[in-house]
Design a protein around this ligand. Sequence first.
Ligand SMILES: Cc1cc2nc3c(=O)[nH]c(=O)nc-3n(C[C@H](O)[C@H](O)[C@H](O)COP(=O)(O)OP(=O)(O)OC[C@H]3O[C@@H](n4cnc5c(N)ncnc54)[C@H](O)[C@@H]3O)c2cc1C
Length: 438
Amino acid sequence: MRYLYYGLAVIAVYLFLTMTPLLVLLAGPHIPGRGFWRELSVGLGFAGLSMMGLQFFLTGRFEGLTSPYGIDVVYHFHRAISLIAFIFLLLHPAILLLSAPATIGLLNPLTAPGWITGGTIALCTFALLVLSSLYRLRLGLNYEQWRLFHGYAAVTAVALALWHMIGVNYYLQGHVNRGLWIAIAITWIMALLYVRLIKPLLMRHRPYRIEAVIKERCQSWTLVLRPEGLKGMEFKPGQFAWLTINRSPFSIHEHPFSFSSSAMHPEQLAFTIKELGDFTATIGRLTAGTRVYVDGPHGSFIPDRHTFSGYVFIAGGVGISPIMSILRTFADRHDQRPLLLFYGNKEWSEVTFREELGLLQGRLDLQIVHVLIDPPEDWTGEQGFINADMLGRHLPNNRMACEYFVCGPLSMQQAIKEALEQLGIRPEQIQSESFNFV
Ligand SMILES: Cc1cc2nc3c(=O)[nH]c(=O)nc-3n(C[C@H](O)[C@H](O)[C@H](O)COP(=O)(O)OP(=O)(O)OC[C@H]3O[C@@H](n4cnc5c(N)ncnc54)[C@H](O)[C@@H]3O)c2cc1C
């Protein structure tokens, strides 16, 4: 309940910040002789810019902002709201042009004042930002190229849009309006400075070193990290962190990975990483002593938010990582609530952590259902894809009093959520972690 109220309060603050420029505009001195369409166009421009500026907060990984919903939900919101803000910004010149066609001459950069051309370039840059995010993979941009462009283009577009607004100067004469926009711009700059400068500087004083690189099954590796001269990082089981390995903390080359170690041992962090692309393919070659910066903890895939009388975990492949952290933490806490794990893999030889899972059964009230796609001939366990029938065969009688944690490929997550809902499990009982939110 606490999270619900807090989440609603964050939404209220967001709406208030988005709408404030419009409210002040309404309350401020009215400029005579300007028709409805012109005022609407200006209003949409103000609202669109205010929403775009607030994106610096949405993507700044501020724990207070992301904790009620989870960072993946905040990122989805960032994407959806960017589209709405962009439509508002696009309507701003479109309505002006339609209501006063003579203004088309302002699109000519050779004759238009600089701040008008600044607005046009800002709009084009916002368009590129939206298109490159929607079609990143089709455009052949890798994540780092996209991220570099996204960061610089966002700052450029917002700065140009502010210059445009100051240049037009219609509604900025009043002290209240001018003061408000100065305050808004300062908070955006502060958010940016915090994320790009202050946070990396703080991280520089909290380095970690690789203590071990352990080969796991199924092209996976566990990185074990120790803090250099510090206590370590308090985190909750199921959370994740961005790792910057062998680079400066200012680098954009950082990757998110779930903690796989027990939260009861913040002095030794472990991350289990599957070789999937150019960066993860290098993990096995890392050596002890390499410096790592850890930005975290983040995420809300955690069983500690609510109290349930039992837990059901459904993992596919490397999706076992955050669940290992939860199981190891529960074992260290001597938690004796009933736990059920469905663990899907292709083959028996690929089942990461299967020996340790067996040992954990001795320390926990843990039942494990291994599900294989290509089982050996003598396999008597479950096989194929996890579905409603299979879940129904194993779920406990108190299934309505349990919380469900799903982590695996997106297609699997979708199928499992639908299967659980078919079995009467309420959506608020289900937590899922997506390993891909870009
Ligand atoms: C919350 C979260 C937790 C995760 N936990 C784990 C884990 O415990 N173990 C594990 O093996 N993997 C985990 N991942 C996935 C892991 O981050 C990606 O597999 C890895 O970043 C891919 O990098 P690559 O360069 O090797 O692959 P690429 O082939 O370059 O990238 C594959 C895809 O991964 C995504 N990606 C790439 N780089 C980044 C980045 N820097 N930040 C965000 N996404 C990126 C992009 O969508 C990209 O298309 C997690 C991801 C998220 C979002």
